[in-house]
Design a protein around this ligand. Structure first.
Ligand code: UTP
Length: 325
């Protein structure tokens, strides 16, 4: 089955890191966000992916082509007109009679997809949230979705749609998106996938939900760090680092250099990073970053950035150079 993966967005909430890298290539627990997603999809039987790229799209394409051998098609969305528009761009590559699975490229999940991909009716992944105002939400009755609303102002349901969509018939999805684009139906300025799906419901297409218990948001620095912590669980380090203390769980790239340091818990250390005389916990250190004579906590250090000095909480982008005294 084909998966459609939209990753065209700019990732503004993860700046400065997304100035130089697309969001989906940011490292969490030892591999890029999209790597976690691809591995899950492939193990569930997805054998083809259509990836919608835009901002820094060449970097996404290069990385995926280098690391995966399934059939990959890249479609460019030049203007961010919304998720429905992104999906609509895939129309020439999808047979209208076949089912399709859509997953947002920044949604790491832990759910058994096998029953979802075998469903005979369309089904959307949902997760109960306390504040649903920044999500599309599903209102259900007797196991069926009766209404979908994008970013509701009033609390109508706390079942947030979290970025996993199984459509049993791609043709009816594309007809619905055609309708909202032809009739300029936008919510908050964008052609919303939620609105296209709501139109399908109004045309009596049956929809159910499936629970996504393990749902790990990567959209903001604090959620990237909490996802790093969750995914690192049960990731003990086997290599010895003489003169260092390793507090599991951590991920340390094989070729990173660690000297006189305390690493972890919940630290990811990227490829070729050089750590000297430092204490690092609850943090992500980028590839080829240099960290010395410092204690850091709850921090994200970009690739090739360099930091030394007194203890701080920081969020610095690629190639920055900071000396704190
Ligand atoms: P988001 O709006 O959460 O991601 O879209 P973003 O735009 O990258 O991040 P911010 O809001 O600027 O921080 C969810 C997913 O849908 C894709 C995004 O790339 C992301 O993977 N998307 C969204 C598109 O591909 N095209 C669109 O027009 C909108």
């Amino acid at each position: 089955m084909k998966a459609i993966i939209p990753v065209a967005g700019v990732g503004t909430r993860l700046r400065p890191h997304t100035f130089s890298h697309p969001k989906v290539l940011l490292n969490v627990a030892g591999k890029p966000i999209i790597g976690h997603i691809m591995d899950k999809l492939i193990s569930a039987g997805i054998d083809e992916a259509i990836v919608i790229v835009g901002y820094l799209g060449n970097m996404v394409e290069d990385w995926l082509r280098k690391n995966y051998s399934i059939k990959l098609t890249f479609v460019t969305q030049a203007e961010m007109l919304g998720l429905a528009h992104a999906i609509w761009m895939c129309k020439p590559y999808v047979n209208p009679d076949e089912p399709v699975f859509i997953i947002l490229g920044d949604t790491i999940f832990d759910v058994d997809l096998q029953p979802v991909l075998q469903s005979t009716i369309s089904t959307l992944g949902v997760h109960e949230v306390v504040d649903p105002r920044r999500f599309g939400v599903a209102v259900t009755k007797n196991g069926r979705i009766v209404k979908l609303i994008e970013k509701p102002d009033q609390p109508i349901s706390n079942l947030a749609i979290v970025g996993l969509y199984f459509l049993s018939n791609a043709g009816s999805l594309f007809s619905s998106i055609d309708h909202i684009i032809d009739n300029e139906i936008r919510t908050k300025g964008e052609y919303q996938l939620t609105d296209a799906l709501q139109l399908m419901i109004e045309h009596n297409e049956p929809f159910t939900t499936f629970p996504v218990v393990g749902w790990y948001d990567c959209g903001k620095p604090e959620t990237l760090l909490s996802t790093n912590e969750t995914l690192l669980q049960n990731n003990p380090v086997t290599k010895a680092y003489p003169g260092c203390i390793i507090n599991d769980p951590v991920f340390i790239a094989e070729n990173a250099s660690i000297e006189n340091a305390i690493i972890g818990p919940n630290a990811t250390i990227g490829e070729h990073a050089v750590i000297t005389d430092a204490i690092i916990k609850d943090s992500i250190i980028g590839n080829s970053a240099k960290v010395s004579s410092i204690m850091i906590d709850n921090s994200i250090i970009g690739n090739s950035a360099s930091i030394s000095g007194s203890p701080q909480q920081i969020n610095i982008g690629d190639c920055s150079e900071i000396r704190l005294r």
